[in-house]
Design a protein around this ligand. Structure first.
Ligand SMILES: [Zn+2]
Length: 51
């Protein structure tokens, strides 16, 4: 199986790998790559983690 779906680290919504590259938002936090469904979730997660 080469198909893998990703989940948004914040809201846990499933992101199909095909859609991922186009719609999903990937960012590096503490040297690790995290996937999110959108930039808003990424910001919220980063803020939650920062405290
Ligand atoms: Zn999300």
């Amino acid at each position: 199986m080469t198909t893998e779906s990703t989940r948004c680290e914040f809201c846990k919504i499933e992101i199909p790998s095909e859609t991922c590259k186009l719609a999903a938002y990937t960012t590096m936090i503490d040297g690790r790559e995290y996937n999110f469904c959108c930039k808003i979730c990424a910001e919220k997660y980063r803020r939650k983690k920062a405290k």
